[in-house]
Design a protein around this ligand. Structure first.
Ligand code: NAD
Length: 446
């Protein structure tokens, strides 16, 4: 019997449906992450050069908080819900039963290797599923620790881990999973969806794209500078929702850029690439890819350290849509700066790209805010901040169009891994004869 068959068999035993087992599993996961915190943090340092603080702030701490939140709400989410019954169904009652989907596959990327593997797992467990995890081969230290942690806390027939590269993913994608939750690039997202079509497996695709950051002239410029730069340089820009490019109104451009230079200096000094807290680029391929995107005028940053794979946060001015940094998702610490004079110019530029995963708008104008919200399609985002929308479990997190389909976090994650079974239960004491043939004369007015 293959591991996949064992997982299917275990799911069909019904054990994972029990609310107490789900809660116990989440509590066990909480313990596992707490016990492995130092090892995960060391592994994240080896793979991405993340400081212990950043690893906790952006990965481990978020996982622990999500488990606590899920445990708090799970009973209510998992309960069958009564809904009103229409008069044609009198006498009867209608109920929606949340059902686990079965054995689910979770494929994750390398950039937040702990968060993006375990966050969907929390939702999958909460909804009562068995799961097969496929961490990224490009964050090998973290993937190894995660694999060891899961194996020592969970039976593989409940939660399994398959390590390896795209060949392993490709094999997994031939199996008839009951749901596939994929986080990664739009290119691989298409491969996943094509494979899933063969078995009619539902998918959640958490993808990427070019997320714009607009600074309009009424914005609080010093706070904007801080919040934009934090969002750009956390994980050295290797964040799916990092502001990808800046669109600043020409009237405030010089002031904003002066503020940004000050902020960068205050955060990382003269040479951020040498700062021990500043993360590295994941591998040489991405390092060289990013170096090729540096064009235009370097306003600040630009230092590179090939030996340690570090690239300083770099602001690029005099960029046009023909520059290489505007031709692909940057996924690194480079921020091209474009200007606009009227808001419609900014809207027109954003609309040239596929719907982004995130959009950030810095403004104090209600009119500008409403216009951007109404006229631009994007997955999610913030007004006057960056990235922080994903730290609210009450906000569904996901893309739209080319940046993904489906969303998760909190109850929304539970929903991804749940089938809502709708059931009408009919009473027996009355039966309306109108629906049965013969129909002759039944449409005549009374
Ligand atoms: P990727 O698509 O290259 O890889 C993601 C996963 O897919 C890995 O586990 C990898 O082994 C597997 N994979 C790679 N090629 C495959 C193939 N041909 N067939 C099947 N599986 C394959 O993505 P990445 O480089 O790890 O991550 C970067 C991308 O992920 C960026 O586009 C970024 O925006 C996106 N991302 C999105 C989110 C989100 O929440 N929406 C979060 C993080 C990253």
């Amino acid at each position: 019997m293959t591991l996949f068959e064992k997982q299917k068999e275990f799911f069909l035993s019904g054990k994972t449906h029990s609310l107490s087992l789900r809660k116990a599993a989440l509590t066990r996961l909480y313990k596992a992450v707490s016990l492995y915190e130092d090892r995960l943090s060391d592994a994240l340092y080896q793979d991405l050069g993340k400081s212990a603080f950043e690893s906790y702030e952006t990965e481990i701490g978020l996982i622990l908080s999500e488990i606590r939140y899920t445990l708090h709400h799970l009973k209510r989410w998992a309960q069958p819900k009564s809904v009103p019954t229409s008069i044609v169904n009198f006498p009867g009652k209608s109920t929606i039963y949340p059902q686990p989907k079965g054995v689910v596959l979770i494929i994750s990327p390398w950039n937040y290797p702990v968060l993006l593997l375990l966050s969907p797992l929390i939702a999958a467990i909460a909804a009562g599923n068995c799961a097969c995890l496929k961490p990224s081969e490009l964050a090998p230290h973290t993937s190894a620790v995660l694999g060891e942690m899961i194996r020592s806390f969970f039976s593989p027939k409940y939660i399994s881990v398959c390590q390896g590269d795209e060949r392993v993913s490709a094999r997994l994608l031939t199996l008839p999973f009951d749901h596939i939750f994929f986080t990664g690039s739009p290119r691989v997202g298409k491969i996943v969806m094509e494979a899933a079509a063969k078995t009619l497996t539902p998918v959640t695709l958490e993808l990427g794209g070019k997320s714009p950051c607009i600074v309009e002239e009424t914005a609080d410029l010093s706070l904007s500078a801080k919040r934009i730069l934090w969002g750009k340089i956390v994980n050295a820009g290797q964040t799916c929702v990092a502001p990808d490019y800046l669109l600043v109104q020409d009237t405030v451009k010089d002031k904003l850029l002066t503020e940004m230079k000050k902020v960068l200096f205050a955060m990382y000094g003269n040479n951020p690439a040498e700062h021990p807290d500043y993360p590295k680029i994941i591998n040489e391929r991405h390092f060289h890819r990013l170096c090729r995107l540096i064009t235009g005028t370097i306003l600040c940053g630009g230092q590179i350290d090939q030996k340690n794979l570090k690239i300083a946060p770099t602001l690029l001015d005099h960029i046009t849509l023909d520059d290489p940094s505007m031709k692909e998702e940057i996924f690194g610490p480079l921020l091209p700066v474009l200007t606009f004079s009227r808001l419609e110019e900014a809207i027109e530029i954003i609309r040239r790209f596929e719907s982004p995963l995130a959009l950030y708008l810095f403004t104090q104008s209600k009119e500008v805010k409403l216009r951007i919200l109404k006229e631009i399609s994007f997955g999610g985002g913030c007004i006057n901040d960056t990235i922080m929308h994903l730290a609210n479990e009450n906000l569904p997190f996901g893309g739209v169009g080319a940046s993904g389909m489906g969303a998760y976090h909190g109850k929304c994650g539970f929903d991804q891994f749940t089938h809502y079974k709708s059931v009408l239960e009919k009473g027996l004491f009355y039966d309306n004869h109108l629906r049965y043939p013969p129909y002759k004369y039944k449409l005549l007015p009374l």
